[in-house]
Design a protein around this ligand. Sequence first.
Ligand SMILES: [Zn+2]
Length: 226
Amino acid sequence: MAAFRPDPPRPVSPVAPRTDAPRGVAAPVARVIEAFRRLPGIGPKSAQRLAYHLVRMPEAEAAELSEAITGVKQRIKLCETCADITEATTCHICTDPNRDRSTICVVEEPLDVTAFERTRAYTGLYHVLHGAISPTSGIAASDLKIKELLQRLQANTADQTVTEVIVATNTNLDGEATAMYLQRAISPAGIKVTRLARGLPSGTDIEYADDATLAHSLESRAEIGA
Ligand SMILES: [Zn+2]
């Protein structure tokens, strides 16, 4: 009898199905469950529920969902000016002639732009950093869209003069570190750098702040280091 030899160890792939996938689940379903589990806020039970919902879904509906997911990756890009997510080269806010071009609100994520737009309290422009400086996670200023922001400010021209940058990063350690960095980088250029008012609870994610609080903290923003 041949001696039992275990399989050689396989390299761990980030797409390899988890070994704790439910037993007795067909491989295609297990694959979908695993894909859902990678989404934020989806636990194992929700992932299973969604996967079995997909199994029961009419084929046309499933195809539409699949097309929407593929399409979002293929068609979206970052606005060349503000780095927000857009379908065009320049987003609809940057091209809107009615926006106040003297103010740029700097946010961490595209969802934060949505949060401010919901308040209808802001009519200026935005700049999306795509994260925050985080020494603990090894995220440096060079990993974010900070260089692009500084270039944008340097390109101040007669018809587009930015006089204020509102730093609307989250109110946690990383957000504060980013705000300080931006203040040091921008204020020597003579541009006012303001921060959302303290009314926003510490540790707040801008995207989850309620509209009234966000509008109020925007209205009563204060200059950093003043
Ligand atoms: Zn834009």
